[in-house]
Ligand binder design. Structure first.
Ligand code: NAP
Ligand code: HSE
Length: 428
């Protein structure tokens, strides 16, 4: 048995405490499986006196995570504080500069600074691992970097934010309005401190940008992710989709196109019968499409103490075993910088709009669609309010650009009330 692997853990919240708990309860199993004892040298958090439900008395305490990262008795710096600037970034940089390997669950930090951090780590001969940052307990980073390493990845698709899936599922299953389902998710403690990270699609967009880097050998490009949250989805959309055989999901899609890397995180209609359509509650699912392996579907808990700590420990154990892979599956210097392509691949769209109930109104809408080159597959007008008619249109395959042109033309017709809602229909 070789020397113990010594950890410094910064952040003792949900995930940090979960990691401490696994190390304390499974010490023998971890040693047997990784060939080394895994021990905690020191920990850090904001408040030293807080009762965290685990015994921390055997570990040194550092108020400053940067000091923790620099300690000589730390081999691996485990960053579980969060935030894409400030303490987490400073401490990770200090850890790399002082010769430590790094394990983090911080998708926001890597989405913004992943390339620079990977370059710094590789220049220093260190590894940075982040299994817990994407889809919690699902080993999706491992699947891409190891299991599917010999595949050209054609597409990555997934539901990567459990909170949004919970809200949409409750709207679907219990007929709750968005506000009611949001309040329920809040009551269950699902929402991030800034809820817009969840419902605005940002958290899931961070995750998608990290998967894209590995899947397509490109530099992390969070700015290139086309982001749209779930705030404009109303119960009528959920019900309309249901009647057409679809579910609405906050769906991430990444694929390389002739015009560049397409990365989208937005509400989409997916077939009810597909694995993604059947995903309920706070669960995550990632679908990977490899040219040799075909489609791989990974499903599991995307958040929470146990699942996320499980993923952190998988990274720690790899380091203990001596597995030293580049951060994004290939050396950071070989990752390509590519153009981003906005919704490049055509698809059918669901359109909902409120039309003034007067002669010729529908003709004007059909004319605007025709002028933009968008063809109608089906159309329904129902539940007239007296002055307005809610209209649902499903288009043939079209580009987002053509659809946006049509929506722009709607505004000039004088018969559309408010902003139309357009949701892509994704065959998955
Ligand atoms: P959390 O419960 O809010 O815990 C954050 C911890 O970091 C707390 O212990 C806090 O100290 C400490 N901390 C924050 N700022 C600090 C600073 N400047 N110096 C020292 N300590 C500091 O967060 P979490 O849910 O465990 O998430 C941690 C990371 O995992 C984040 O990057 C998050 O995005 C990621 N993640 C979380 C989940 C999940 O299910 N929770 C899933 C996947 C990924 P105090 O306790 O003293 O306040
Ligand atoms: N807010 C995230 C979610 C937590 O709802 O999936 C895990 O990253």
């Amino acid at each position: 048995m070789s020397d113990a692997l010594r950890l410094g853990i910064a952040g003792l919240g949900t995930v940090g405490v979960g990691v401490v708990r696994i190390i304390q309860t499974h010490a023998d199993m971890l040693r047997a499986r990784s060939g080394r004892e895994i021990v905690i040298s020191a920990v850090s958090a904001r408040s030293k006196g807080k009762d965290r439900g685990v015994d921390l008395s055997g570990y040194a305490w550092e108020d400053d995570p940067v000091a923790l990262a620099r300690r000589e008795d730390v081999d691996v710096f485990v960053e579980l504080m969060g935030g894409h600037e400030g303490a987490a970034k400073d401490a990770i940089e200090a850890a790399i500069a002082t010769g430590k390997d790094v394990v983090t669950a911080n998708k926001a930090l890597l989405a913004h600074h992943g390339q620079a951090i990977a370059m710094a780590a590789e220049a220093a001969g260190r590894v940075v691992r982040f299994e817990a940052a994407v889809a919690g307990g699902i080993p999706v980073i491992k699947a891409l970097t190891e299991g599917l390493a010999a595949n050209r990845i054609n597409r990555v698709v997934g539901v990567m934010n459990g909170t949004c899936n919970y809200i949409l599922t409750r709207m679907q299953g219990a007929g709750l309005t968005y506000d009611q389902a949001f309040a329920e998710a809040d009551g269950l403690g699902y929402l991030e401190a800034d809820p817009n990270l969840d419902v605005g699609g940002i958290d899931a967009g961070h995750k998608l940008s990290l998967l894209s880097a590995i899947a397509f050998g490109t530099q992390v490009d969070f700015a290139g992710v086309e982001l749209e949250g779930i705030g404009s989805v109303i119960i009528d959309d959920i019900q309309n989709a249901d009647q057409m055989g679809y579910r609405i999901k906050l769906l991430g899609v990444a694929q390389m196109t002739g015009r560049g890397l397409e990365q989208r995180m937005s509400p989409c209609l997916v077939p009810q019968t597909s694995p993604l359509g059947q995903l309920v509650g706070g669960t995550n699912m990632v679908v990977l499409e490899g040219d040799a392996a075909g489609q791989i579907v990974l499903r599991g808990a995307g958040a929470g103490e146990g699942p996320t700590a499980s993923a952190v420990m998988a990274d720690v154990m790899d380091i203990a075993r001596g597995l030293r892979l580049p951060t994004f599956g290939q050396p950071a210097s070989t990752l390509r910088k590519v153009a981003s392509a906005r919704a490049a691949v055509p698809a059918p769209y669901y359109l909902r709009l409120s039309l003034l109930d007067k002669p010729g109104a529908m003709a004007k809408i059909a004319g605007a669609l025709g002028e933009a080159g968008v063809s109608i597959l089906r159309m329904r007008q129902h539940d007239h309010t007296g002055t307005h008619a809610p209209v649902v249109i499903v288009t043939h395959k079209t580009t987002r650009a053509a659809l946006d042109m049509a929506i722009g033309l709607f505004a000039q017709t004088g018969v559309v009330d408010g902003d139309p809602v357009a949701i892509r229909i994704e065959e998955v």
